[in-house]
Design a protein around this ligand. Structure first.
Ligand SMILES: *[C@@H]1O[C@H](CO)[C@@H](O)[C@H](O)[C@H]1NC(C)=O
Ligand SMILES: *[C@@H]1O[C@H](CO)[C@@H](O)[C@H](O)[C@H]1NC(C)=O
Ligand SMILES: *[C@@H]1O[C@H](CO)[C@@H](O)[C@H](O)[C@H]1NC(C)=O
Ligand SMILES: *[C@@H]1O[C@H](CO)[C@@H](O)[C@H](O)[C@H]1NC(C)=O
Ligand SMILES: *[C@@H]1O[C@H](CO)[C@@H](O)[C@H](O)[C@H]1NC(C)=O
Ligand SMILES: *[C@@H]1O[C@H](CO)[C@@H](O)[C@H](O)[C@H]1NC(C)=O
Ligand SMILES: *[C@@H]1O[C@H](CO)[C@@H](O)[C@H](O)[C@H]1NC(C)=O
Ligand SMILES: *[C@@H]1O[C@H](CO)[C@@H](O)[C@H](O)[C@H]1NC(C)=O
Length: 603
């Protein structure tokens, strides 16, 4: 024993460990049982994995050095201290730096299948680990948790993963896996959580899944799964979460689902489901969110929904649900915060009283055949998004914003609202307002000013009868989308347009705007969409615009522009129609300029 310890210590020294660290290990372990160092087989398996990762910007695997993979220095590796066998391998890129360049690139080495004592295997969020899930993982028979989320793994799910009898969690979401879900996974009777979302899986859910009675969490969303939603899912009494959205499921919603009294979240949106929402929906007494949007559901919304005490999110948009809507008693759905009934077969006429009088956060009733004046909400201060677009609302807007103290998002497009912009005082903090295609008059300066400029990000007032000039823009504006197309706006594009440094979309088409295109427009480096068509713009397209390298769409059609089109990408590869019907534009994609004549014409 003593001899062995000395050997151990020498080994540590020879693998250049800090003296303090080694003496700490030495002293703390002296009175205890033998603490084994990493098994040679496990170390080799881990190094096999390390070797198959060609690039690691997470800077994790660089810590995998030295003889003892169990000494705590190998990031993500945990061992059973008395056996020196690796029990946990957990490499998880933190969610917080989603967009940064932190990733691992390479493949999953089949050598990981030799970690015979592994209980937890998590390699998640590495973005660029490609190739298949190794067959050898079927040898990891002690695994309780297998999570390989958000990599780029391909191929099919190995049927042999069904040989992991202790597996409780299987998460393979966010990869490029295709083919069927292997029926063998039905043997994983300990499974509590299965997440195969965001892959390319097809075919029906295997019948063998009916044995997964311990499931609490089932997420198969964003795949190409087809067939019926299996009736047997309704027997998994411990289910709290079901997301089968964004697949090709057909048929009716099985009645059995409505006996799941522990269910908190149910999403079946964006499938091809038919039939009605059964009256039994009221028995899902724990339900907090219900999402059935984007199906072909017909019939009525059952009154029993008012019994759902915890439901806060109800989204039934884009189905064919018909009148009448039930009259929910004032004590019904007491937790409701968010309701979306947009684009069904509803002719509501007016916003139902029970919706107007609840303290809601989101009210989406687009395309519900609302008529008359804008509704008055009884609890306006709770509202955060309102979408009443595509209705037949008429009249003015004065008073609508009263006490809407926290409304970031408003959409009233495609109605027949008729008012002067000077009548409205936008709520402080409003970030997105869409008033497209109404009968609005007045001038933009009522809504684009230093009161709104720091919060307003999206402004769409296109397709109205707005006149006057484009106002000056202040430093510190946060506008990302400015669409004022198809109005009666005159004057020039102000030079101060350059203050909109966050602008991504700029559309002033179909107005009466004159003068030149200010070169300062070229300072809008985030611009992706530029439409200046059908105005009276003169002069040249400034070469300064070529600084906007991310531009994906530009339209200069039908102005009185002249001179050479900037001969840089993307300007010289936009289609010719983008430049048609001007005075004398030339250069690619139009005909070459003839000498220097154009410059003379310009003067
Ligand atoms: C599982 O382990 C056994 C014994 O070590 C080995 O013979 C077999 O090839 C392994 N299976 C896979 C699929 O790697
Ligand atoms: C459900 O959960 C309960 C309590 O956590 C547990 O006793 C039971 O075994 C689980 N499984 C089934 C199928 O009810
Ligand atoms: C979904 O339904 C539509 C119309 O009902 C049909 O055209 C389409 O083929 C269906 N898609 C699938 C995947 O079943
Ligand atoms: C309802 O679902 C649709 C489609 O899934 C989505 O676009 C919409 O934003 C949702 N509504 C709310 C209020 O979240
Ligand atoms: C739409 O609703 C009307 C009555 O409001 C009904 O007659 C019609 O059948 C419904 N259409 C569908 C597709 O459900
Ligand atoms: C707006 O809020 C104030 C203060 O909370 C209240 O006195 C007033 O009645 C409210 N007005 C409307 C129209 O809700
Ligand atoms: C808003 O801008 C105008 C000029 O456009 C200026 O006179 C006024 O002082 C500004 N108000 C604030 C609060 O900054
Ligand atoms: C367009 O604006 C001009 C003033 O700029 C006004 O004389 C004219 O009547 C407006 N036309 C329409 C159709 O509103």
């Amino acid at each position: 024993m003593q001899f062995w310890k000395w050997g151990f210590n020498l080994l540590l020294i020879s693998s250049s460990f800090f003296l303090s660290q080694f003496s700490q290990i030495f002293l703390s372990q002296l009175p205890q049982n033998v603490v084994s160092i990493c098994s040679e087989q496990d170390r080799a398996s881990l190094l096999g994995f390390k070797a198959s990762i060609l690039k690691d910007t997470t800077d994790t695997l660089s810590s995998w050095t030295g003889r003892d993979c169990c000494d705590g220095g190998w990031e993500g590796v945990e061992c059973n201290p008395s056996t020196g066998r690796v029990t946990t391998l957990q490499l998880q890129r933190p969610d917080s730096d989603k967009d940064s360049g932190i990733y691992m690139k390479g493949t999953l080495s089949s050598s990981l299948g030799n970690l015979g004592f592994l209980e937890v295997l998590v390699i998640s969020g590495m973005k660029h680990i490609t190739g298949p899930i190794p067959e050898s993982f079927s040898n990891l028979t002690r695994l309780t948790q297998l999570a390989l989320e958000d990599n780029s793994l391909g191929g099919t799910i190995p049927p042999s993963l069904g040989h992991l009898p202790l597996l409780q969690t299987l998460s393979l979401n966010g990869n490029h896996l295709k083919g069927k879900i292997p029926p063998t996974l039905g043997s994983l009777t300990s499974l509590v959580q299965i997440n195969l979302a965001r892959n390319y899986l097809s075919d029906p859910i295997p019948l063998s899944f009916r044995t997964l009675k311990n499931l609490q969490y089932l997420d198969l969303s964003f795949n190409f799964l087809s067939g019926y939603v299996p009736d047997f899912v309704g027997q998994f009494q411990n289910l709290t979460f079901i997301d089968l959205s964004n697949n090709h499921f057909t048929g009716r919603i099985p009645i059995s689902l409505f006996s799941l009294t522990n269910l908190l979240d149910l999403s079946l949106s964006h499938n091809n489901l038919t039939g009605t929402i059964p009256d039994q929906v009221g028995t899902l007494k724990s339900l907090t969110t219900l999402q059935l949007s984007g199906n072909h559901l017909t019939g009525h919304l059952p009154l029993s929904i008012s019994r759902l005490q915890n439901l806060w999110y109800l989204n039934l948009s884009r189905n064919a649900i018909s009148n009448p809507l039930p009259v929910i008693p004032s004590s019904g759905i007491p937790s409701l915060l968010s309701i979306d009934l947009s684009y069904n077969n509803l002719s509501l006429g007016s916003v139902p009283d029970w919706i107007r009088s609840k303290a809601l956060k989101d009210v989406n009733l687009a395309g519900c055949k609302l008529k008359g004046n804008l509704p008055r909400f009884i609890k306006p201060d709770s509202l955060s998004t309102i979408d009443l677009s595509d209705n037949y609302l008429v009249g003015g807007i004065s008073g609508f914003f009263t006490n809407m103290s926290s409304l970031p998002k408003l959409k009233l497009s495609h109605n027949q609202l008729k008012f002067d912009l000077s009548e409205i005082t936008l709520p402080i903090g409003l970030s997105s307002i869409d008033l497209q295609a109404n009968l609005i008059v007045g001038s933009l300066s009522s809504i684009i000013n230093n009161r709104t400029s720091s919060s307003l990000e999206v402004l769409d007032v296109s397709g109205n009868s707005i006149s006057g000039h484009i106002p000056e823009f202040m430093v510190g504006s946060s506008l990302k989308v400015l669409n004022i197309g198809c109005n009666n706006i005159s004057g020039r594009i102000p030079i101060s347009i350059s203050n909109l440094i966050d602008l991504e979309r700029f559309d002033i088409s179909r107005n009466h705007i004159l003068g030149g295109i200010p070169p300062s427009l070229g300072m809008l480096l985030k611009l992706q969409w530029l439409d200046l068509s059908i105005n009276g713009l003169t002069g040249q397209i400034p070469s300064a615009l070529s600084q906007i390298v991310g531009l994906r769409h530009a339209n200069f059609r039908a102005n009185r522009l002249c001179g050479e089109i900037p001969q840089t990408r993307p300007f010289n590869i936009f289609p010719a129609v983008a430049y048609a019907h001007n005075l004398c534009l030339c250069g690619k994609p139009l005909l070459p300029c003839k000498g220097r004549n154009e410059e003379k014409i310009l003067q």
